[in-house]
Design a protein around this ligand. Sequence first.
Ligand SMILES: C[S@@+](CC[C@H](N)C(=O)[O-])C[C@H]1O[C@@H](n2cnc3c(N)ncnc32)[C@H](O)[C@@H]1O
Length: 262
Amino acid sequence: MVLERDVADDDELPEHVRRNRVRWNAEAVNYAASGERAWAREEPTWGVWRVPESQLGVLPEDLAGKVAIELGCGTAYVSAWLARRGVKPVAIDSSPAQLATARRLQLKHALEFPLIEADAERVPCRGEAFDLAISEYGACLWADPDRWVAEAARILRPGGELIFLVNSVLFALCVPAEEGVAGERLLRPAFGMRRIEWPGDPGVEFHLLHGDWIRVLRHNGFEIEDLIEIRPPESATTSYDYVTLEWARQWPGEEIWRARRR
Ligand SMILES: C[S@@+](CC[C@H](N)C(=O)[O-])C[C@H]1O[C@@H](n2cnc3c(N)ncnc32)[C@H](O)[C@@H]1O
């Protein structure tokens, strides 16, 4: 079994992890329906525009038999997609409410894999236990990159792959802090961007410039293999209201990093 360390006590958690846990415990009820729809999809889709895997080629081809960990799994549909492709996933999340939805959907779809309440900055698993670590708007957006990338490097075996999907830099610069959609003006400085607390949102996000991602990945022993900037097809739709199709067809709103542990 890959589990090793105890889960951190609440008062040991960094402040942003505690705040994000409170946020996601409260938000879980609003994410259940989209989790249900994602679990029901046979083909993986990526990001808010649900671009099919067949168009993006995000996942490695030789998945069957691999051991994977999803960092900040939410309702764990990415792990479900992997499990249906022969992967043995372990899904971790710091929010018990999100994991409760994941558990309910496991039962509904008769698909079991370990769901663990844990902080991706301190993963309770032994080193070099996984072939693949993946995060879709999970720990990769809500955890401190210096800490979760170091943990991903620790728990991946040499040659193992890290895949994560986050908002693009352009999106982070162009989206209004209050309500509204991403526009055509840069609304904040790029230099110094890292930890972002949006007004009215109790959570803490991390948005990095590409150079900062490259440095944190390389510092932790990863070679970067790809940066997929997602362009949704003309027919794409989304249930999210902070970006329009017209905008996302012109500028990358989301990006997927693929890196390999040396
Ligand atoms: C937008 S959800 C993304 C997950 C999944 N792709 C989904 O949409 O259901 C973000 C998840 O990251 C989790 N998360 C945030 N910070 C975390 C951390 N430090 N460790 C583990 N999970 C974390 C949250 O609890 C939440 O469930």
